[in-house]
Design a protein around this ligand. Structure first.
Ligand code: NAD
Length: 340
């Protein structure tokens, strides 16, 4: 882990420590100029750029990137971007074992998890594999200064969701609980400052540090109803990833509140509120994040099917998954009513 403002300058040193001589730099199309700039800076250590990463890692795109990595004899992947770019690097590493250096620019947290996802025919499949866990992460808050405000808030809520569900994970332990509580405190504390001043480097640093902790929780323990719902809504209804997390999280926490009192106490401490679900709702809404599935473009007619899909083959959850209660949760999330 290399953390701190300006730490991208340590990338050449990290490549050298690997003995890497042919790094392939990955990014989304929106970040291609930064990726190409990085290749220029790396000079002889870079083999090329693949700047076509897309959300949820479509298999076709992953195949093209794998082919390019093989053609260029890439010996290291540098993922410059958010969860979509890290996800593409993971898809390449899953087959080839080529090591990843992740340079995250959002708060998604994928850079510290062994979790990968691939989407084929509209169906996303996820798995865990040690080969996809980045070997080095360079956290440079300066790279997040221009992350659009709305995405900063929703991505922060995405990060908080990992830690919040980590608090009631079946396989949690005292260490992950400590991490999760501190993670939520950091990210939730940074969002109002980012909202007031998106280029505030101290707030960006705090948010990125919190995102590191949140991602570590995600990579260590199992997730529950909230992640199942977001996976379903993102995967089967093509709703945007971070926004869906921001909308659903308060309702999923409300659903689980009575069944996870210890987790709620930790959340209450981290959010400085006796009503954590409401506090999460207010945190998102007052800082400009979407708060209803309706405004994300979901159709009311799809709620029944979403409840069906989210209740089928459920992840473990502290409160049993009841289809009708999940349908009610989704109705509230669709309307955007405050929980509780
Ligand atoms: P993203 O990577 O899709 O990025 C969203 C948009 O923001 C892109 O257009 C990107 O170019 C732009 N962007 C990113 N950083 C920027 C910056 N600093 N400045 C300006 N623009 C910037 O979004 P995300 O929310 O980070 O990632 C979502 C994806 O990550 C989903 O597919 C999700 O499933 C996956 N994910 C995976 C894990 C895991 O552990 N495997 C964890 C979290 C998320």
């Amino acid at each position: 882990m290399v953390f701190g403002a300006g730490s991208l300058r340590h990338l050449p040193r990290e490549l050298e420590l690997f003995g890497a001589r042919r790094a392939l730099v990955l990014s989304t199309p929106g970040h291609s100029a930064a990726a190409e700039g990085l290749v220029r800076d790396l000079g002889g250590r870079a083999a090329g750029v693949f700047a076509r990463a897309l959300m949820h890692v479509p298999l076709e795109m992953a195949r093209e990137a794998r082919t390019q990595a093989a053609r260029l004899h890439a010996d290291c992947l540098v993922a410059l971007g958010g969860g979509s770019t890290t996800g593409l690097a993971k898809a390449i590493a899953l087959e080839s074992g080529v090591p990843i250096i992740a340079v995250p620019t959002t708060y998604a947290g994928s850079e510290v998890t062994p979790i990968y996802g691939l989407t084929e025919g509209g169906v996303k499949r996820t798995g865990r594999d040690a080969r996809v866990l980045p070997r080095v992460v360079i956290y440079d808050p300066e790279l997040t200064l221009d992350l659009p405000l709305r995405l900063s808030i929703t991505s922060g809520m995405n990060a908080i969701a990992h830690a919040a569900e980590g608090l009631y994970a079946r396989d949690g332990n005292p260490l992950t609980e400590l991490l999760a509580e501190e993670a939520i405190r950091c990210v939730a504390g940074a969002l109002p400052s980012l909202h007031a001043s998106p280029r505030d480097l101290a707030a960006r640093t705090q948010a990125l540090y919190g995102a590191w902790l949140c991602g570590t929780v995600l990579g260590t323990v199992g997730m529950a109803l909230h992640h199942k719902l977001c996976h379903t809504l993102g995967g089967s209804f093509a709703l945007p990833h971070a926004e869906v997390h921001a909308v659903v999280l308060p309702h999923a926490i409300e659903y689980n509140a009575a069944a996870a009192p210890q987790a709620m106490s930790a959340l209450a401490r981290a959010l400085r509120s006796e009503a954590p679900a409401r506090a999460l709702y207010a945190l998102a809404r007052t800082h400009g994040a979407p708060y209803s599935l309706r405004e994300l473009g979901m159709r009311a007619a799809d709620l029944d099917r979403a409840a069906e899909l989210a209740s089928a083959d459920p992840y473990w959850n502290p409160r049993p998954i009841e289809r009708s209660a999940v349908r009610t949760l989704l109705q509230h999330a669709w309307e955007g009513t405050p929980p509780g």
